[in-house]
Design a protein around this ligand. Structure first.
Ligand SMILES: [Fe+2]
Ligand SMILES: [Fe+2]
Length: 280
């Protein structure tokens, strides 16, 4: 399913956020063979509030650093540039939507969910022996951005979107179903458009689009399957249902991704740890 020009998402004339410029600059530095860790850290350090957020995240219990990092240079050398890029993307995307906090949607909970999904996607990618088609860092970004469409919808529609969210809650229906009923499209489609506008690879945009299924489609596309299953798993862990979260990694999933039972157990343990340790 691709969003064609004239489809409901695009015809709404939505304000689609641009890719945070710092992420773009880091991306360029990563592609430059003459640039090193220092250059990347320096770019982050130029933006003081962003640097503060990056240090807060880097020092959160998730990374389990033995010493506290106090500068972006230090964070870059301890975490490595690829992990640092993920942390910067996380911090800058959250900051881009700070103006919406207190606006009726629990954004902190949404970011915690997105970050936990990102970490678990990355870890699943590392463990997978099957061919996924995306690197662990790219899977991290997919996890981080999979529900970004919700934030974009809130930003554009405000009260109208809050009504959709409330209605989904009252009727105990998945939010994307109610979005489709009212708007004609859902947050996965909006996320897909954002990913395309940001110039992310098609496989990443596609995995974001398919993060609620359909299962038959995901089963043919390992990266989409990974994101869909991890998202479901994280939601179930958030609800405290570890048994159901484990069952998400069924035979089709473990075979397609090349995961063993031990990997699944470790992933569930990580998901449970993330539940209490993610900071935003
Ligand atoms: Fe979603
Ligand atoms: Fe989600």
């Amino acid at each position: 399913m691709t969003i064609k020009p004239g489809s409901p998402v695009l015809s709404q004339n939505f304000a689609i956020p641009t890719i945070p410029s710092v992420v773009q600059r880091i991306q360029r530095l990563l592609e430059d063979p003459n640039a090193g860790v220092r250059d990347i850290a320096a770019v982050v350090a130029q933006d003081a509030p962003l640097a503060a957020k990056v240090l807060k995240i880097a020092n959160s219990s998730f990374y389990g650093l033995r010493e506290k990092v106090v500068s972006t240079q230090h964070a870059a050398s301890v975490l490595g540039v690829r992990v640092l890029r993920g942390v910067v993307m996380q911090a800058s995307v959250i900051r881009q939507f700070e103006h919406l906090s207190g606006g009726g949607l629990d954004l902190d909970a949404l970011w915690r969910h997105s970050i936990a999904t990102a970490q678990l996607c990355q870890q699943t990618g590392r463990k997978a022996r099957g061919s996924i088609g995306l690197a662990p860092e790219e899977l991290h970004a997919c996890g981080l951005l999979h529900d970004l469409g919700k934030v974009v919808l809130l930003d554009n529609l405000r009260e109208r979107y809050l009504q959709v969210v409330n209605e989904a809650r009252e009727r105990s229906l998945p939010l994307h179903h109610v979005e489709r009923e009212h708007l004609g499209f859902d947050h996965a489609e909006v996320g897909h458009v954002v990913a395309q506008r940001w110039g992310l690879p098609a496989a990443m945009a596609n995995a974001i689009l398919l993060h609620h299924g359909p299962a038959e489609r995901c089963e043919r596309e390992p990266a989409a399957l990974l994101i869909e299953r991890v998202n479901r798993c994280v939601h179930l862990v958030e609800d405290g249902d570890l048994e159901a979260a484990t069952a998400v990694f069924d035979r089709v999933t473990t075979q397609t991704l090349g995961l063993q039972q031990r990997d699944v157990e470790e992933l569930i343990t990580l998901a449970a740890e993330l539940r209490g340790s993610v900071e935003v």
